[in-house]
Design a protein around this ligand. Structure first.
Ligand code: GLC
Length: 822
């Protein structure tokens, strides 16, 4: 916790700080249509309903102005529907159609309740909300940054905690202390590390199947104590600024995520190529080396859509330049690669080399766009290029300028930008970030680094995304970043930084990606194969078994490690990896449909089982397996020399992808998963859209589209979304979305392709239905009521070809009564 105001006039002896003072009696000073404003001593507190299931609480100490402006927030205008603000003797109730905030005035304590009478996010009766002033008690000194603040909530013994953004350790965060302060941690991330590169102070709580959420919006240092200090309490605190938090009533995880991503923004649809396989390494040092990598992929028939250039492409690590000796003709190289179906992504770091002979540095300096020392000089520290200046991304002019710099890369044909070292990382002392008293002049809204630290990566990514959108308005920006803050999903995808080629990290990536998804950041991935340390063929293959299900699928490694391209370890690994990458490529229509769902509702793409089965407490710790959408459950192996593992299958019928064997959940089953065949289960009656195997997304029109389906008594549905795969025509109606449903009885399997919504015409002539899991040949197949003859029955797979059509299509498969398979 902060123990310095950073201002000499307000020097505070350490011993006097950090005494928690709960707020006392509140008086109502204003009653609005959707909330109240209170005064408690010198503090102002506001409680407002923003939506039927969303409340905002603000605590502004020491006469600080009421202000909610925040770089995290995407939506500022809300309509809560009918709200009643009810005054009572010593309480105020703010009631919406779905929930109410109960505000007790003496002393001030808050509690929330849904329409079913469930209470959640209830202030601890004794401690409630309060301050930890740094100024000595009784002094009239006012902390210029705003005193540390905190709110204590009661924790029922049945309440469990998840989310909290990017973490090491397991999925469940009950009994933990969470620090939100972006950092470039030492390599070899272990469970003892707390904060990493991204901070999302968002909590998803589950109590006996019902979910609620809390987002504390403050870009300085934030801490959550999730029943670690006391099993009956959780607290949420900020080091400076104001205590602004949002409470989400749920009651499902999906409802919480939907509202949270309405507040902080949704993941835009990516360009389709971004869903393919990506290959990176620090570093492919010359144009010829990059060409050779591309050649290997194509010669070996290994799918790949993107290649990355790490820092070696630059001239002395000066951002937005090319090393003309190693890369004499960037545009020529990129065009050559594009002709083979590769997109090129280049890294950009925030540190701008201090060099009078370097135009980018001079421009930033002359326009006064860099961070300053406390005394007003340009702040310098050392990163890859040596001494650097750091753009003040809180200044909109600096963001515009930074965005514009990407012209140098885009003109050469670069397809996307990789923002790195944006915590920001500096090397002195190593590795660290900017000192808390560095000034961000902010173009007129000055703030100290301590107040805005967690925004640095977010705003660098935002500057990049906005720059790309301006420079190439007809293409969807592709921006990947290491650092960020809540709301990052609007600007960039995130990879989890410098992991290691360890089995422990194969495992760790599962809870890590699941908690990121539960925190609104759905487009995520780890470095497949591990960044630091040396991979082996077995480790790489197992990691690819998991990695092909990551929303972002990229193999990346450090310069001083064993090569780990898919062919690096020879056979049998290369063959397994080929088959797995082909499966990734085949899954693209399903993945893209999940991105569409995520874009509309905030639902994670790779999601924990508890997202879909919150009433099943066994899922809460099943964090070494995950769901991809609704239809697929994946249970990777994360140990060497192991071919078997236990898998938890939640309720319903599930089918093993490779063998077709049926399992009925809820059940723990033993999966055999030899190398190259990860344990994947398809949920019954959920048609899975698949492409033909291709080497990159634009190789040829994906014709036919296959629908893989395992029927079992009951019903299910998935959704299929398609569009041009780039650009914005889909926003003007050029998309195709349809529901794919299946209903199975003892006598019939009925598959329905609902009429397509939207005007896009997918480039195909045929759809192929692949029905597995039937014990015997069906008696008859009918398409839209008429007998169908274009079907075969081979190796227990029913294959029916139908003409592609935007209209509704209905396939009825009549089963042999005697088989009674359903
Ligand atoms: C950082 C990045 C890593 C990159 C390296 C060199 O460590 O996390 O991915 O390869 O810098 O640019």
């Amino acid at each position: 916790m902060r123990d310095d105001t950073h201002f000499r006039q307000f020097v505070v002896p350490r011993a006097t700080g950090h005494l928690y003072e709960p707020l006392g009696t509140a008086a109502v000073v204003e009653q609005g249509p959707a909330g109240v404003r209170l005064h408690v001593g010198a503090a102002t507190v506001e409680i407002a309903a923003l939506a039927p299931d969303l409340f905002r609480v603000g605590l502004f100490a020491d006469g600080r102005p009421v202000a909610y402006a925040s770089e995290a927030i995407a939506q500022t205008v809300w309509h809560a529907g009918p709200v009643a603000v009810e005054r009572q003797d010593s309480a105020v109730h703010v009631r919406t159609s779905a929930a109410r905030a109960l505000v007790q005035l003496d002393p001030l304590r808050l509690c929330f309740e849904d329409a079913a009478g469930r209470r959640f996010a209830e202030d601890d009766p004794e401690l409630g909300m309060g301050l930890l002033p740094l100024a000595p008690r009784g002094s009239r000194l006012v902390d210029p940054l705003g005193p540390p603040t905190r709110v204590y909530k009661r924790r029922p013994p049945t309440e469990r905690y998840f989310g909290c953004g990017e973490r090491t350790g397991g999925l469940e965060k009950t009994d933990s202390h969470q620090v939100f302060w972006n950092t470039d941690p030492p390599v070899e991330h272990t469970a003892s590390l707390n904060n990493l590169y991204v901070s999302i102070p968002f909590l998803l709580a589950l109590d006996r199947g019902a979910a609620w959420g809390l987002f504390l919006d403050n870009p300085g240092r934030v801490e959550f104590d999730l029943a670690r200090e006391h099993p009956g309490r959780a607290w949420f605190g900020a080091d400076c600024g104001d205590l602004v938090y949002y409470v989400f009533a749920g009651p499902t995880p999906a409802a919480v995520l939907d509202r949270y991503t309405e507040l902080t923004g949704r993941t835009p649809l990516p360009p389709l190529w971004a869903l393919g396989n990506h290959q990176s390494r620090w570093g492919y040092k010359t144009a010829d080396e990059v060409r050779a990598i591309a050649r290997e992929f194509r010669a070996r028939d290994l799918p790949c859509d993107a290649l990355y250039l790490d820092i070696d492409y630059m001239d002395g690590y000066r951002v937005f330049t090319w090393d003309r000796e190693r890369f004499p003709d960037p545009a020529g190289l990129i065009a050559e690669l594009a002709a083979q179906g590769f997109h090129v992504v280049t890294i950009v770091d925030p540190g701008v080399k201090v060099d009078e002979g370097y135009a980018v540095y001079r421009e930033g300096r002359d326009a006064d766009l860099y961070c300053k020392t406390f005394l007003g000089a340009e702040y310098h520290n050392v990163v890859w290029p040596g001494t650097c200046a750091f753009p003040d991304f809180t200044n909109p002019r600096a963001r515009d300028w930074w965005g514009e710099q990407h012209r140098a890369l885009l003109d050469a044909g670069v397809a996307g930008i990789w923002c790195d070292m944006d915590e920001p990382t500096v090397f002195i002392p190593t590795p660290a970030t900017l000192p808390p008293d560095v000034a961000h002049p902010g173009g007129g809204t000055p703030r100290l680094h301590a107040q805005v630290h967690n925004l640095y990566g977010l705003l660098m990514a935002r500057a990049t995304r906005e720059g790309l959108a301006r420079l190439r308005p007809d293409r969807r920006p592709f921006v990947i970043t290491r650092s960020g803050y809540a709301g990052l999903q609007r600007d960039a995808l995130h990879w989890t930084g410098d992991n290691s080629s360890w089995w422990e990290h194969v495992w760790m990536s599962m809870p890590q990606l699941q908690n990121l998804g539960l925190s609104g950041l759905a487009w995520v991935g780890t470095d497949i194969g591990g960044y630091a340390g040396h991979a082996t063929g077995e480790l790489l293959t197992r990691w690819v078994e998991l990695g092909i299900f990551q929303p972002f699928c990229r193999n990346h490694a450090a310069w001083n490690t064993r090569p780990q391209e898919p062919w690096a370890f020879g056979e049998p690994y290369e063959g397994h990896i080929r088959k797995l990458l082909q499966l990734r490529q085949r899954l693209i229509p399903y993945l893209y449909s999940l991105f569409d769902e995520c874009h509309r509702t905030g639902a994670p793409i790779l999601r924990p089982l508890l997202f879909a089965y919150p009433d099943d407490a066994t899922t809460y710790n099943a964090d070494d397996e995950f769901l991809l959408g609704d239809a697929l459950l994946v249970a990777p192996i994360a140990r060497p020399g192991v071919e078997h593992r236990v898998v938890y299958l939640p309720r319903g019928a599930w089918f093993h992808y490779w063998s077709g064997q049926r399992f009925d959940g809820p059940a723990h089953v033993l999966a055999r998963a030899p190398l190259g065949e990860p344990a994947i289960y398809l949920r019954a009656n959920h048609p899975l859209p698949l492409w033909p195997a291709m080497r990159h997304v634009a190789e040829r029109p994906p014709d036919p589209l296959s629908l893989l389906l395992f029927p079992a008594a009951g019903e299910g549905a998935t959704s299929l979304y398609e569009d041009a795969g780039d650009g914005y025509e889909h926003e003007r109606g050029a998309y195709a979305r349809r529901r794919l449903a299946c209903a199975t009885t003892a006598t019939t399997v009925t598959v329905t392709l609902d009429a397509q919504e939207g005007a896009y015409q997918p480039p195909r002539t045929q759809v192929e239905l692949l029905l597995r899991g039937l014990p015997t040949r069906p008696r008859a197949v009918r398409l839209d009521g008429a007998p169908a003859d274009a079907w075969t029955w081979d190796a227990a797979i029913l294959r029916l070809t139908l003409p592609a059509s935007p209209r509704a299509q209905r396939i009825a498969i009549e089963l042999d009564h005697s088989a009674n398979q359903a």
